[in-house]
Design a protein around this ligand. Structure first.
Ligand code: UDP
Ligand code: MG
Length: 308
């Protein structure tokens, strides 16, 4: 069986050598299969490309490098890799060895049992605690907000069969959340738990804003609950204001003379203003996505594909 390993790389020169060594060790142990690596160079500005060339011989299978014309982001890079890989089984992994390739064997066993998707569930992570909390919160909110079965604490790392890869790449989603599409595709899916180590080399390439964008793609792309949240907030504020309005009116009619009322007025204005801005913001997020979806631009531009 032919198996592809899709690896998006963005300024990963420091880790390429170790990555190829580990992949070689793992694939030698699974030599009944034919292995291929598809690197997607997401506009690296360092010498990632030359590091790949330099250490090419460490890996004995086939190797291809898809080079983007600039940095388009991890999700578009993964999409390009999935499109390029034409094997029966495709592994998606990060270049920094936070996704240990040693799990390939166990994942292939699950595949043999008939699963189309085997994702890796992060039991623990080596990250700062605010980041760990944010990840936990994200996946739980995601599960709560959407009907789509998106695996909790599982990233893009894992095995997908060709038919699932075709579904993941076949849509026209401009706002990519590939692990969401993977869950959405259905078929038999299962998870394998692992302890996510820290990076083998280099710094994270996912800035806080990029992570936030990815989280928004998950939430807004797979749920319209935020829109309903805006409505709920609106209803809540209307109820509160109606209650308070009745009270103020009653006081004016039957009670003592009304107090100057600066505090209450300020509170009401702030509350209503806040609800309105929040709701407009949520609408804006969806409209932005509609607009993006309407633009006929591709998600990435390939400069060159090299067979090494
Ligand atoms: N990556 C990419 N383009 C980007 C950001 C990241 O191709 O714009 C790659 C990166 O080289 C790595 C993978 O995506 O192979 C995951 O990124 P990273 O390890 O920095 O994310 P983290 O593990 O910190 O969430
Ligand atoms: Mg990483």
């Amino acid at each position: 069986m032919k198996i592809s390993i899709v690896i998006p790389v963005f300024n990963e020169s420091a880790g390429i050598e170790l990555l190829l060594r580990r992949l070689q060790d793992v694939t030698v142990g699974l030599s009944e299969h034919e292995w291929e690596i598809v690197f997607v160079d997401d506009g690296s500005a360092d010498d990632t490309a030359s590091a790949i060339m330099q250490h090419r011989r460490l890996f004995h299978g086939e190797m291809r490098v898809v080079e983007f014309s600039r940095n388009f982001g991890h999700q578009p890079a993964l999409l390009a890799g999935l499109q390029q890989a034409d094997s029966d089984v495709i592994f998606c992994i990060d270049a920094d060895l936070q996704d240990p390739p040693e799990l390939f064997g166990a994942m292939l066993e699950k595949y043999a049992e008939g699963f189309d998707v085997v994702y890796a569930v992060r039991k623990t992570r080596v990250e700062s605690w605010p980041k760990r909390c944010a990840y936990k919160l994200f996946y739980r909110l995601m599960r709560w907000m959407t009907d789509v079965p998106v695996a909790v604490d599982a990233g893009d790392f894992g095995l997908v069969t060709r038919r699932v890869a075709q579904i993941m790449t076949g849509g026209a989603d401009k706002d990519l959340f590939l692990r969401g599409l993977r869950g959405w595709s259905g078929f038999r899916q299962t998870g394998l738990e692992y302890e996510r180590p820290g990076r083998a080399a280099g710094e994270t390439k996912y800035s806080f804003s990029k992570l936030l964008k990815l989280a928004a793609s998950g939430w807004l792309g797979f749920s319209s609950m935020p829109l309903r949240f805006a409505t709920a907030m609106g209803i809540l504020s209307v109820c509160l204001c109606a209650g308070y309005g009745t009270y103020v009116l009653a006081q004016k009619l039957w009670g003592e003379a009304p107090p100057p009322g600066w505090t209450s007025l300020t509170l009401i204005v702030l509350f209503i203003g806040g609800v309105q801005l929040l709701s407009i913001g949520i609408l804006g997020e969806y409209i932005g996505r509609i607009y993006k979806q309407l633009q006929p631009r591709p998600l990435f531009i390939i400069k060159e594909i090299r067979q090494l």
